[in-house]
Structures are given as structure tokens and as C-alpha cells.
Design a protein around this ligand. Sequence first.
Ligand SMILES: [Zn+2]
Length: 394
Amino acid sequence: MTKHHAAHLHRSYKRTTSDARSPRAVVLPDTLPPAKDTKQHPTDLGNENASLFFVGTATVIIEWAGIRIMTDPNFLHAGDHAQFGAGVSSERRTNPAVELHDLPRIDLVLLSHYHGDHFDQKVEASLRRDIPIITNPHARVQLTNKGSESFTNVSALAPFETGLVEIGGTGGVKRPLLRITGMPGRHVPSNAVVGLLNKMANAVSGTSFYHSNPTPLKRHQFPTLVLSFLDPPTTGWILELGTSADTHDPTDFAPGYRIYITGDTLFTEDLHAIREKYTATDNPIDLMLVHLGGTMIPSPAFSPLSFMVSMDAAQGVRLMKMVEPGVTIPIHYDDYEVFASGVAEFEGEVGREKVDGGGVVILERREAFEFRVRGEVGRMREEEAYFGGGRSSP
Ligand SMILES: [Zn+2]
């Protein structure tokens, strides 16, 4: 049985700047900056009608049918620190491919979790308050509990909960529609928590960790740190670009391109459900955006005391073998000093494991990937764009 909450996200669309507090006179650019290189599916070329622009970290901007979806906005610069909570931060090594204030109109933000390398302090202060954001229930509370600074159009999806986003009417032509489903993710497998805490309890008494953290981290802070990575929970997404004849019925949806965005997760048992629901049925995943980096908290320099909270190269390849996406694009691999497993290591692992069926496309920041969404849609007219639609859960 499908539960359907009609028009949950419905609100009219206004063309506004990406900065809520900047004067209305600010003119936004109409387009993203030109990509320095554009790549396509290795074996399925031609008729591309959508693109993905890599900004950096886990930030990509997907353009299709006249709309732009931005994932995990992170616009800090090299030398800035992203906050992870529990007194831990990490220094950024890279710059984003485009500045926050140079972005064209963004219609929707898809946020995997509330950590500083996915939603940084600059983004939090600058995005217009009514920008539509879809995230998990934890991040929704964070984003809407800020008094007058609260974001006003935030929706949450738990794992396997589905939301529909309407894109606007095109009169007589099938309209483009997004179907977004939360996917499980875990920074710390629950069965590893006791082991981690023991390891840390046995560490040399009085150890302080300085490294790049502005404040030293004391040994006794480690349990808090481990627990802080159980919460915030992290979420992956199945983002489907498609069409519907009747946009208010979530079952009446024809997917034209299916993207799996892993979020910052380790390879855990939970992810097998993705294979059961998609790959093993008739719902193949066209593109997997895999968050790599083998993120080591509090820092790779504290090994063996540090612990991994996102997939490294080996786990990423295991996931490719399980999900069998048409294309895999690694993101979140070299932007912070806590990222210990880079893209070269991933390419090496792909070569060693001779992964089938997965064209790997490596994007540098400011490079783009073009792809084809199946099915004809009318291109949205900007003034008709709005976000609405329903929300369903199994
Ligand atoms: Zn991250």
C-alpha cells in the first residue's frame, strides 16, 4: 500500500538570487561556467540531453529539462576548515570549481547529511532561505531549528521513503518529474562501535592530538567523537529523472535515468537492499556517484587510532560489483586532509579487480559528464517552474 501525502512540497517558485540577503539588483549568471572538459558514457554515445558538473567534494550540479539540482553544497576554499562536530574539523586542500555567488539559479538541493564538508558554514549563511532542500530527518531538524535564520522549504526522506518533485507544466507534453528515494548509509557500523571505543580506551593515557585541528583533541574525547559519527546519520539517494502523465500519482512515473548517490557511507550489509530493489530487478542504475576518500577521523595521521567513515577504493569497487551501474563517477576523494584514499587508488583497484559493466568516468573539478535521459519531455519554461508533488512511504 502506498501512502500518499499530496502536495507536500507545493509552493510557488520565485526567481531569486542564491544569497537571501544580497540586494535584489544582483544579477545572477544564466549558466554555469564552461566545463574545462566534457565526458560521455564510454559506450553509449549520442543524444545527450542532461549534464552533471563537478564542483568539488560531493558537490555536483545536475542540469536537465531546464532545472538544476545541486548535491551536498560545499564552497569552502583551500585553507578553510570544515566542521564535523565534537571539536573536530578538517582543512580543505582544494577550491570549488565555481564560487557560491557565481552560481546560476539552483532549483533543488539534495543533502546527504549535516557535516561541514557537505553543507558548510558559508553555504549555511548564504543560501536563500526558501531554496527547496531534500535531506534526512536529522538534517531537516538542524536546518529548520534556527529561528529567523531557518530554511523554510526543507523536506526529509528516511531510507526507502520516496518523494516526488514536480517540475512544472509544459502543456500537452509529458512533464519532467523527479522521483527521489532515501537509501541507507552508515559512517560507523554499529557492531564496530564497541571495538573502536576499546581501542581508544587502551590508547596511551593523556595523548593529545594536535595535527590540523585548531584545538587539540584529548584521548577522553574519543568516545564522544565515535558516537558523534553515529549521529548525524548519513543518507544515500536514488534520484530518478523521468516523466509522468499525472504528476500527483507517485506510481505513475516513467524513469528515464536512474542515479544512485551513495552519500558518505561505508560498505555495509544495509546496502544489499539496493541490489535487491534495483540491480537484481529490472531497475538498473545508470549512474553511481560514489563518495570515496576513505575518510579517516580525526585524521589519517592518527592511525591506528583513527577510524574510517567513508568508503575507500576497495570498498568502492566492492559496491560497483554489487550495484553494477552503467557508469561510476567517484566524488569526495581529495578535497580534505581527512580523505586518505584518492582517485588514483580507486583507478588502480578497478584495474586490479577487472570490474565488469561499469564504465568509470573520472571527473576533475570543473569537468562535466553528459548523459541521455530516456523519454521525451517538454522543456520547462522558467516562469512555470515550481516544486510540488507528493511523498510516499512503503
Ligand atoms: Zn564527507
